[in-house]
Ligand binder design. Sequence first.
Ligand code: HEC
Ligand code: HEC
Ligand code: HEC
Ligand code: HEC
Length: 411
Amino acid sequence: MKLLVVGLIVLSGVGINVAPVLASHESLSVLLPADPLQGSRLFTGKGCLRCHAVHGVGGTAGPDLGRRVLNRPLLEIAGVMWNHSPGMEHVFQEKRVPRPKFEPSEMASLLSFLYYLGSLDPPGDASVGARLFSEKGCQTCHSLGGKGGSVGPGLDKYSRYTSPLFLTAALWDRGRPMAEAMEKLNIPRPTFQGTDISDLLAYIRAAGGGTERVYVPPGSPKRGEALFTKKRCVECHSVRGHGGNVGPDLGVTLKGSLMRIAGSMWNHGPKMWAKMAERGIQVPVLSTQEMSDLISYLYFFQFIDPPGDARRGLAVYKEKRCGTCHALRGIGEKVGPDLAMVEKLDTSLEVITGMWNHAATMEEVMLGANVAWPILKGGEMADLIAYLLQARGGAPRSAGSKGPEPRGERR
Ligand code: HEC
Ligand code: HEC
Ligand code: HEC
Ligand code: HEC
């Protein structure tokens, strides 16, 4: 699993290409982030949670990472961490906590978890949810907190769920009988936009009075990819050109957070069911975890690192003045290690990890040398890595460092 993230990062670090890139499905498939669950453990284990909250839960010394700062490609997320290294370092010293160090494989999991955080919506607003619950007709058919109709089952039991994913899976699975009930009662079938589903859940949680908290583990894009075939979505949908063409190419049309994607699945439900019936495909049943994996997979296609460009990377290397301290193959300054000779700098992940682990010493030396902390924007991290790996000679290898180079976007 981890290798896939490694693959992603390695891949984004190579290749010369013109953006925007619509790479083939095959080359994208090796790029999927791994299961972020391990990364969520590291986020706690390495102390990130002591300073960072996620949607209000956690420490306050650093910014809340639930704000939309992480909805970007993996290497850009690594760039954000790098950019804020000095700011974090000050707080590490103030609080006397050691700077957390990483192995490249751990960095892969952590980045994959941060990427997952970027896919989440903030918790919903219960008062907005209350209005939606009556406007969209839910109240006419469902009881909640002792009020409401009895056409459908009571919804109090959903109040123990912390994630709107539980609601989306249930809405999908009961969608057809629900649509029939609506037709019978002449209630227009509601659609979901923006944060509607999160707001509805917030209201259900408040009104249903649940005290238990049931969590869903982060979805795995990689498992989602397998489900996309297993649940036969692929017979009608392409993802970046690979698959059927009865429905839209989901690698191209879908935008926004996980909940927006789940919402568009619901909104297009009736047309999908009709097409499924035509083709003798059963409406697939999706568990909450499966829904989570599937939409995590579909989310991914919006945020793919454009492949790094070694030529642009050289410009970044010069502009950010890395060469003030580093030599490459013996040529240049020797304040820091020779970046072409140092061991274990053969993959994008190893470069990112090395930069993070050594950031404190680098900052000290930079202060002395009057070099401003280099801020890496957009694709600059990817370009820089492409340049460094090229300067080191050999073809980039995976973190295991023996495997063949993944099929890539090199053209
Ligand atoms: C001792 C407290 C502390 C710890 C531990 C810590 N951080 Fe930070 N972090 C901060 C502070 C303070 C900032 C803001 C720095 C700045 O303004 O440049 C920050 C900024 C960030 C940012 C940029 C956020 C933004 O809004 O742009 C990211 C991403 C981040 N940290 C990730 C992490 C991760 C991942 C870990 C665990 C490996 C971690 N931090 C551990 C204090 C901490
Ligand atoms: C016209 C009546 C009607 C309306 C309006 C309606 N539902 Fe339903 N709903 C049903 C019926 C009937 C079922 C049970 C379907 C089945 O399983 O056969 C159901 C099932 C559900 C379930 C699954 C319950 C379970 O535990 O199996 C959820 C969750 C749900 N509805 C939420 C909503 C929400 C949220 C709204 C408003 C956006 C809504 N419903 C609007 C009739 C309705
Ligand atoms: C029998 C064909 C068929 C199957 C199978 C199918 N879909 Fe669809 N899907 C469609 C069609 C057709 C549309 C467009 C419907 C419309 O225009 O309202 C669509 C629309 C969508 C949309 C909204 C796209 C957008 O651009 O907003 C999503 C998301 C989606 N499908 C996801 C899935 C997933 C996930 C699966 C598998 C669990 C799946 N579909 C299985 C035919 C299918
Ligand atoms: C002011 C001097 C200075 C500048 C500018 C500088 N570095 Fe460094 N760098 C160092 C020093 C010193 C070390 C060794 C730190 C240590 O021993 O912990 C280092 C270590 C590293 C490492 C880890 C090497 C290893 O052993 O794994 C990498 C990767 C790295 N730098 C990349 C860069 C990049 C990329 C830039 C430009 C964006 C840069 N450095 C700019 C001084 C600098």
